[in-house]
Design a protein around this ligand. Structure first.
Ligand SMILES: *[C@@H]1O[C@H](CO)[C@@H](O)[C@H](O)[C@H]1NC(C)=O
Ligand SMILES: *[C@@H]1O[C@H](CO)[C@@H](O)[C@H](O)[C@H]1NC(C)=O
Ligand SMILES: *[C@@H]1O[C@H](CO)[C@@H](O)[C@H](O)[C@H]1NC(C)=O
Ligand SMILES: *[C@@H]1O[C@H](CO)[C@@H](O)[C@H](O)[C@H]1NC(C)=O
Ligand SMILES: *[C@@H]1O[C@H](CO)[C@@H](O)[C@H](O)[C@H]1NC(C)=O
Ligand SMILES: *[C@@H]1O[C@H](CO)[C@@H](O)[C@H](O)[C@H]1NC(C)=O
Ligand SMILES: *[C@@H]1O[C@H](CO)[C@@H](O)[C@H](O)[C@H]1NC(C)=O
Length: 460
């Protein structure tokens, strides 16, 4: 290489020696620009994203749930005070009702305290975030002065373009897949959207039990209309042996279980204890998959007796026919019990159905019997959970840590199946261990990594 350069140079030298001397020509590059401080921009970006991750959606919903709890509680108090006034007999003045109201006042006080401490935490967080944002803003303005190279402006234009593209894409996609959900067994049958979460709470045992189910009895016994129930899989994330009851949504949120536990059996696991998370309470009885059997068990909370119903031969059980997503399956989710306006259903799969979802109606009675059965063409392992609403079966699938999609429906009236429902649910944590619809208030109750979450279902 050097040799190659030297030879022409020598030739040039000899040439210049022969040629008349020329004027010297110099070109000085004077860069008046200071170098753009990319490092600083990176720090600002990191600080901004730290700030973002401090304010999570969980924190905003937490406050909303508390307020909802308080709202429900206050209307209950109002009702009870009205009853007390009616009971006024001059002498006794409804001693019993007074006692009830005193309890309620205590509960409301606890709720307000929790609200107060949450609000204060939020204020600290907000103050912190505001200060950080001010700093970031000042820093960005400083950087913009540097920005003769248009680095930041370029980025702003880029992100605006990206947003436009995203909007455009979305518009296109929604026009391609118009959702016209099927008709079911009741007027409220066109499921349009799922919004929320409305409630998000860690409840009484924050973070303790990853698997469980909770909800509201759609056909409650008298006086228990506002009760909520909770089943946590307390043994190996598989088994449970009691139902925990709460007299209201707010007592569930603040973790005060007044009626307490109703025990199925003192040991866990054993015959007839609960196996797997997808249970429901209906008409004062818990319906669930029971220990080591292809049975639906019904536990009457009043009489504390269990009646059983064997599912068809070939039914997959003991974690052989689970709900799954690409990464993993949810263990012991062989049987998914569900409630809707018409009663109790069971969703499962069998060997003869090659792992596709099978749906059966449970007919009440002594003992309960298996009613009509429908076979679907959706593979159970491609589904993360199901629920029933107005005689229509809906199935969900995992999209990512933040989003679950209701993608499938099966109409028991027409037998029509759809794979393009396209309704998205915002998640507060990665997994949904159980999901059920409450026809009383059109809410979806989900148990998500030990949190209790509920969504509002909108019908057309
Ligand atoms: C280069 O820029 C500096 C600062 O603006 C100035 O002081 C200097 O005279 C310039 N040099 C030339 C050759 O223009
Ligand atoms: C980024 O955050 C760190 C630590 O909180 C802080 O020391 C620094 O001043 C911040 N930088 C900017 C540009 O806001
Ligand atoms: C909220 O908490 C603060 C500090 O713990 C207390 O001073 C204040 O009285 C509380 N407010 C209410 C309405 O309980
Ligand atoms: C406020 O911000 C600082 C620095 O970013 C952080 O260390 C601190 O934990 C924050 N405080 C709260 C209550 O979030
Ligand atoms: C729209 O659909 C296309 C192709 O299926 C996909 O690449 C794109 O991410 C979708 N856009 C939105 C906003 O969902
Ligand atoms: C459903 O609700 C979400 C948020 O609540 C909203 O962003 C979305 O546009 C709604 N979808 C439809 C089809 O109304
Ligand atoms: C539970 O038992 C009681 C008393 O026998 C009965 O009245 C009630 O109907 C039973 N509930 C269910 C759901 O079977």
């Amino acid at each position: 290489m050097k040799l190659y350069v030297i030879i022409p140079l020598c030739a040039l030298l000899t040439l210049t020696q022969q040629a008349p001397p020329r004027e010297k020509c110099a070109c000085e590059l004077n860069n008046s620009e200071k170098a753009f401080p990319h490092g600083k921009l990176r720090i600002v970006e990191t600080n901004a994203s730290d700030c973002n991750s401090n304010i999570t959606p969980q924190k905003t919903v937490e406050l909303e749930s508390l307020l909802l709890g308080l709202e429900r509680r206050l209307s209950q108090l109002n009702k009870d005070v009205l009853i007390l006034e009616k009971e006024d007999d001059g002498e006794l003045y409804g001693v019993l009702s007074l006692y009830v109201i005193e309890n309620e006042m205590t509960e409301i006080k606890q709720l307000i305290d929790k609200l107060n401490s949450t609000t204060q935490q939020h204020q600290i967080l907000t103050a912190n975030a505001t200060e950080q944002l001010d700093n970031l803003k000042a820093e960005m303005q400083e950087l913009e002065k540097f920005d003769t190279m248009q680095v930041i402006k370029g980025q702003q234009v880029n992100s605006a373009l990206k947003a436009d593209l995203f909007k455009c894409n979305k518009k296109l996609n929604t026009t391609v897949t118009p959702t016209e959900p099927p008709q079911g067994t009741c007027p409220r049958s066109r499921l349009l959207n799922v919004t929320g979460p409305r409630v998000y709470t860690a409840g009484e045992y924050p973070g303790s039990y990853a698997y469980g189910a909770w909800g509201r009895d759609p056909r409650p016994e008298e006086g228990k209309e506002s009760w909520y129930w909770l089943v946590m899989l307390t043994s190996s994330n598989i088994y449970a042996h009691y139902v925990r009851l709460y007299s209201s949504l707010s007592s569930l949120i603040i973790g005060v279980s007044v009626p307490g536990n109703v025990q199925i059996h003192s040991s866990n696991p054993t015959t007839n204890t609960i196996q797997g998370p997808n249970n429901v309470l209906y008409g004062g009885a818990l319906y669930y998959n029971c220990y080591n059997q292809d049975y639906v068990c019904r536990f009457n909370l009043t009489t504390k007796s269990v009646t059983t119903l064997q599912l068809p031969k070939g039914t997959r059980y003991n974690s052989k026919g689970n709900f799954c997503h690409l990464e993993e399956c949810y263990p012991y989710t062989d049987l998914d019990l569900a409630t809707d306006e018409s009663g109790v259903w069971v969703v499962y799969t069998t060997t003869q159905d090659f792992g596709n979802l099978v749906l059966s109606k449970l007919e009440e009675g002594e003992p309960p019997v298996l009613g009509k059965t429908w076979r679907t063409s959706v593979y159970k392992r491609a589904v993360t959970n199901t629920f029933m609403a107005c005689g229509v079966l809906y199935a969900t699938r995992y999209i990512n840590r933040e989003v679950e999609e209701i993608f499938y429906s099966f109409n028991t009236v027409t037998g029509q199946e759809r794979f393009n429902i396209g309704i998205f649910m915002n998640k507060m944590s990665t997994n949904i261990q159980s999901l059920n619809y409450s026809p009383v208030d059109q809410m979806l109750h989900a148990y998500c990594d030990s949190n209790m979450v509920s969504y509002k279902v909108l019908f057309g």
